[in-house]
Write a protein that binds this ligand. Structure first.
Ligand code: HDD
Length: 713
């Protein structure tokens, strides 16, 4: 047996969660302090700062000319000129991390024989990439957009990719519409505006004329479009896949990831500001959490429908613009996904990772979902453009942990040398060469088919508003207000009256009051009567409020402690310890970076992480202001600090204040005394147990001011 097969077999039998980490080690180079620079052909380089030139005479003798002969200078520039590969046509901006996946037990074996979903002794390594869709690689993280949620499972049977989103439905039903959709949402072709936004004529024109997008538009315009963190989003496989069990039975399946921290969003005002203040907010958040040991976790669940019940629903279960309501198809929680290692190098891992919906393993298959079928073609194709034909086998991040042996040959960037005179099957030698597997091979389900060729969609694919209504009705009142405001923001950016008027017609088929509310704000014709009647039904698991963590938690939340000279250090440290014990991440913000002096006898001072101008309240989940007469006086005289406090209050975040700081807080936010002592927010348990005051994110009056409008609906 060839050594290639031998080593491949070894890898096959010894795969563990650390297998991918070990596998990547072969390709990791860690330069040491005294290593020499070399050219790419290995020759040592002693000067990498000066191009080879002719040294003349006189005062300008070092001015050249420069010589083309300099192969060291030329190689450096050539390599630089070719550093970029095509960015992804969509989902160009992303951040990723390594981790692992485990199932709790073998309960899914009634649906599938795939060990990754049934073998609880296995820990499967994963690589997960999150992304925004519209913007280029350099766009801001907090744009209103769908977020990609792509998971690569390095299983012992080969790589399995779930290429999903943070929203369970999609804009279109048939893959043939994807180029139209992407052209419409991307910057307009004549001026390449706008970047990272769907707020423009072309997007709203398209979705107005394409009512199958209505449900997805509701999700993107809801708070789901501006997540607080990648760690606080759900993940969905979106498409309908299938599972095959060892009795040969097939079930349709949807995949769900549910974040341990709950589902949380930014406010639109925060998202807009963070886009400028810290465009890397989400990618930093992911790394910060992992480096602080607050490993992001998701519960993994499936929804399944036996093959013979495919047509039992009033929607088509292969239509990616519909959810499978949990009341009809309950979720079964079967496993857990954890991210615990940041990437070592962005390009080789996050940029070169290549997901394909067509990557499935035995026991998992496709359905006739027309979006999925088109995706199966598209991803493979796009990776060949981005990375070349050898993207799977030799790029370390894409390389499976099990053997890869076949007769695919050549193409750009093929790395390994295969020692054999045979590169086809069948062959006369049949020794030391890969042969078709006798067992364990991928087996397609023997699906009975008959029909005629036609470009058409089924009857149930023609209904577009019922699930959009279900989603809208299920939102909490403040979520509905956010949604109406978001659509109003977007339509306000469309100058063409035809565009915003036609979208009001779509909204009127979802909810009359929503359509009226938006039309009134954006100067459109206000409908006088309802389009389609709202059925009034609500569903479970659609509002974010259904995903609060079981126990309130401040794990990994960012808290700013505002201090000036003269603060009470004893008290501040007590609160800080309480917060960090509850696993919040505290930052000291002061009048300067460096030492801030406490009031007499209360301590030796603390070192501020940032000064007041260096950060903004939007980058934190809460603030705390300790007591101390001199320090509070200084804070009260600082306009930026006043802005910090007012903005935090306006965003309905918890604010804690002690002693003199309580009066300061009351003055700054002009809050009556009675409100100050009414803690009730979700994040304030720790601080309130220390006897300090707080306002909760969901209890502040500003957010519920105009609720009755929707309540009346
Ligand atoms: Fe797609 C990338 C998710 C429909 C064609 N898509 C891409 C990524 C995600 C999704 C998360 C980024 C993966 C990464 O991090 O590298 N796409 C979806 C979802 C869809 C969907 C959830 C609907 C259910 N996509 C879709 C269709 C097509 C594509 C219908 C084409 C017919 N998608 C692509 C692509 C991309 C891509 C052009 C761009 C870069 C890449 O694949 O690797 O092939």
């Amino acid at each position: 047996m060839s050594s290639l097969v031998e080593s491949a077999k070894k890898a096959f039998t010894s795969a563990t969660a650390t297998e991918k980490v070990a596998d990547l080690q072969h390709d990791i180079q860690t330069p040491q302090a005294r290593d020499h620079l070399t050219t790419d052909h290995g020759v040592k380089v002693s000067d990498t700062d000066n191009w080879l030139k002719v040294i003349g005479t006189g005062p300008g003798k070092y001015n050249g000319p420069m010589l083309l002969e300099d192969q060291i200078g030329r190689e450096k520039i050539h390599r630089f000129d070719h550093e970029r590969i095509p960015e992804r046509v969509v989902h160009a901006r992303g951040a990723a991390a390594h981790g692992h996946f485990k199932v709790h037990d073998d309960r899914a074996s009634k649906y599938t024989y795939a060990p990754v979903l049934t073998d609880s002794l296995r820990t499967t390594p994963v690589f997960v990439r999150f992304s925004t869709v519209q913007g280029p690689r350099g766009s801001a993280d907090t744009a209103r957009d769908v977020r990609g949620f792509a998971v690569k499972f390095y299983t012992e049977e080969g790589n399995w990719d779930i290429v999903g989103n943070d929203i369970p439905v999609f804009f279109i039903q048939d893959a043939i519409k994807f180029p139209d959709f992407v052209h419409a949402v991307k910057p307009e072709p004549h001026n390449e505006v706008p970047t990272g936004q769907s707020a423009h004529n072309n997007f709203w024109d398209f979705v107005g004329l394409q009512p199958e997008s209505a449900h997805m538009v509701m999700w993107v315009m809801s708070d789901r479009g501006i997540p607080r963190s990648f760690r606080m989003m759900q993940g969905f496989g979106v498409n309908t896949y299938t599972l095959l069990n060892d009795r040969g039975e097939r079930h349709f399946v949807k995949f769900h990831f549910i974040p341990e921290l709950g589902v949380h969003s930014l406010l639109w005002d925060e998202a807009l500001k963070i886009s400028g203040q810290d465009p890397d907010f989400h990618r930093k958040d992911l790394n910060e959490a992992i480096e602080n040991g607050a490993y992001p976790r998701w519960r993994f669940a499936i929804q399944t429908i036996p093959e013979d019940r495919e047509h039992d629903f009033d929607f088509d279960i292969l239509d990616a613009t519909k959810v499978w309501p949990e009341e009809l198809v309950p979720l079964e929680e079967i496993g857990e996904l954890v991210l615990n290692r940041v990437v070592d190098e962005f390009f080789t891992e996050t940029e070169q990772v290549a997901f394909c919906t067509s990557h499935v393993v035995p026991g998992i298959g496709f359905s006739d979902d027309p979006l999925l079928q088109g995706r199966n073609f598209s991803y493979f194709d796009t990776q060949i453009t981005r990375l070349g034909v050898n993207f799977k086998r030799w790029l370390p991040i894409n390389r499976p942990i099990c053997p890869v042996l076949n007769h695919n040959r050549d193409g750009k960037a093929r790395h390994r040398i295969v020692k054999s005179s045979i590169n086809y099957w069948p062959n006369r030698k049949n020794i030391g060469m890969p042969v078709p597997a006798e067992k364990g091979g991928y087996i397609e389900y023997a699906q009975r088919l008959e029909g005629i060729k036609e470009r058409a969609r089924g009857d149930k694919f023609q209904e577009h508003f019922s699930h959009a209504q279900l989603f809208f009705n299920s939102l909490a009142s403040y979520e509905k207000i956010h949604l109406a405001n978001a659509i109003s923001f977007e339509l306000s950016h469309c100058e063409d009256r035809v565009v915003y008027n036609s979208y009001i017609d779509v909204l009127n088929n979802i909810d009359f009051f929503l359509a009226k509310s938006v039309a009134g704000k954006v100067g459109a014709d206000v409908p006088s009567q309802s389009g389609r009647r709202n059925h009034g039904k609500k569903g479970k698991g659609l509002s974010q409020t259904d995903f609060m963590p079981k126990e309130p938690t401040i794990l990994s939340r960012r808290i700013a402690i505002l201090v000036a000279d003269g603060f009470n250090e004893v008290e501040m440290q007590a609160v800080r310890v309480a917060l960090t014990t509850a696993k919040a991440v505290c930052y000291i913000i002061g009048p300067r970076r460096g030492r801030i002096h406490p009031s007499q006898d209360t301590g030796s001072g603390v070192s501020a992480d940032h000064h007041f101008e260096g950060q903004r309240s939007t980058l934190f989940d809460a603030i705390y202001i300790p007591s101390g007469a001199e320090h509070v006086k200084a804070l009260a005289q600082n306009g930026r600090v006043i802005h910090w406090v007012r903005e935090t209050f306006g965003h309905c975040k918890p604010i804690a204040a002690v002693g003199e700081a309580v009066d300061f807080l009351r003055d700054v936010v002009q809050l009556p005394k009675v409100d100050l002592f009414a803690p009730g927010g979700r994040n304030d348990q720790v601080v309130s147990s220390y006897g300090v005051v707080s306002t909760g994110r969901y209890s502040a009056s500003s957010i519920i001011a105009d609720l009755p409008k929707f309540e009346a609906d």
